[in-house]
Design a protein around this ligand. Structure first.
Ligand code: MRU
Length: 346
């Protein structure tokens, strides 16, 4: 990969600033947990698995800076650090997965001295980042088997290296098919309002040398109806036990269009994106973001001042529209309720 999404270096956290791409490739340095929380909220780093890694690294920074005489005081303050992280963004379950994993590790090492616990938390955060790269490669390997030679693959939002510790989930599938020598091309939805597709997916795929065509969101049906799309592959922010999937706003429309046009619609996500505690997608909390993301582009107003705006950041695609869910442990098809449990060994 020719860029690094997030990395632990010299006891700081380095992130590529995704709000500045594709114009500028700038790496920010974070040395305290509140700044990491702000970076998640402000979309400096975004994408479900990347948010999980950032939360873990933020907790490691927070733990390092705790001044405590007793274990009770340390664990009370660590809880506060975790709460700050948990309040950043509500939909991507990987955030909460990362927080819970860090809490569990701290708890399991409660009998150790505080400097040791701090060191263990740092190592765990680094491990989460490294594991995510391997997980994405495995998602890619499984997913590539679904992509035929000569395919035109439509994707929505950015589920690439930028949305993970590297390689990507949906884009991991595309990268793996490309690396396997398949002659494929990508249609990237621009993904209003934040433009993850135009700004990030197009940037990543061009860097990787994968032929990419950028389209605005309302063009997907046009290309599908003309037989120009072979399949769709998207990422996920949270997958409920029945397979209903929350992903970037507009994903649901793509899935409905795909079904209408008999085009396979695949979701690629790590097991850490599964939330089997939720029976279906109606229970997934959906983040609403500021109106300015809809009314303005790069600070320029494109709507009348004072207009009423809604800006849900995610929607839920019902499982019946999903042809398969691709995870690092394998490919699951309906019935998702049993398939997802089987794949997680639960
Ligand atoms: O608001 P964002 O940019 O964090 O939303 C990102 C998405 O919806 C991605 O498709 C999803 O997180 C999967 S990333 C591998």
């Amino acid at each position: 990969m020719s860029f690094r999404t997030i990395e632990w270096r010299d006891d700081t956290v380095i992130m590529i600033d995704q709000t500045r791409l594709p114009g500028e490739e700038i790496y920010n340095t974070y040395s305290d947990f509140k700044a990491v929380a702000e970076a998640i909220r402000g979309m400096i780093i975004r994408g479900a698995p990347a948010i999980g890694v950032a939360a873990a690294m933020g907790i490691a920074l927070g733990a390092r800076d705790i001044i405590a005489d007793t274990h009770d005081s340390f664990f009370r303050q660590l809880e506060n650090v975790c709460d700050v992280m948990a309040r950043t963004r509500p939909t991507a379950v990987n955030l909460f997965w990362g927080i819970e994993r860090m809490k569990r590790v701290a708890e399991a090492n409660r009998d150790k001295k505080l400097p040791q616990i701090k060191d263990i938390l740092k190592k765990e955060a680094i491990r989460i980042e490294e594991e995510d790269q391997t997980i994405c490669r495995n998602i890619g390997k499984w997913g590539a088997t679904l992509i035929p030679e000569g395919a035109s693959v439509l994707t929505h939002c950015n589920a690439g290296g930028l949305a993970t510790a590297g390689y990507g989930t949906a884009l991991g599938v595309i990268r793996a098919a490309h690396e396997a020598g398949k002659n494929i091309q990508v249609f990237a939805d621009e993904t209003r309002p934040w433009l993850q597709g135009a700004r990030l997916t197009a940037w990543e795929l061009m860097k990787a040398g994968i032929p990419t065509t950028l389209i605005s969101d309302n063009m997907a049906g046009f290309f599908m109806s003309r037989g120009e799309i072979t399949c769709c592959v998207v990422g996920a922010d949270r997958i409920a036990a029945n397979g209903d999937t929350a992903n970037k706003i507009g994903t649901y429309s793509v899935a409905v269009l795909a079904k209408e046009n008999n085009i396979p619609f695949y979701v690629a996500a790590p097991v850490s994106t599964l939330d089997l505690t939720l029976s279906d997608g109606s229970k997934i909390p959906i983040e609403e973001r500021p109106a300015s993301e809809v009314t303005h582009i790069k600070g320029i107003a494109i709507a009348p001042a004072g207009v009423t705006v809604r800006n849900p950041s995610f929607d839920v695609t019902p499982a019946r529209y999903i042809s398969a869910i691709i995870t690092e442990n394998g490919i699951v098809k309906a019935d998702y309720l049993s398939g997802l449990r089987r794949i997680t060994g639960s």
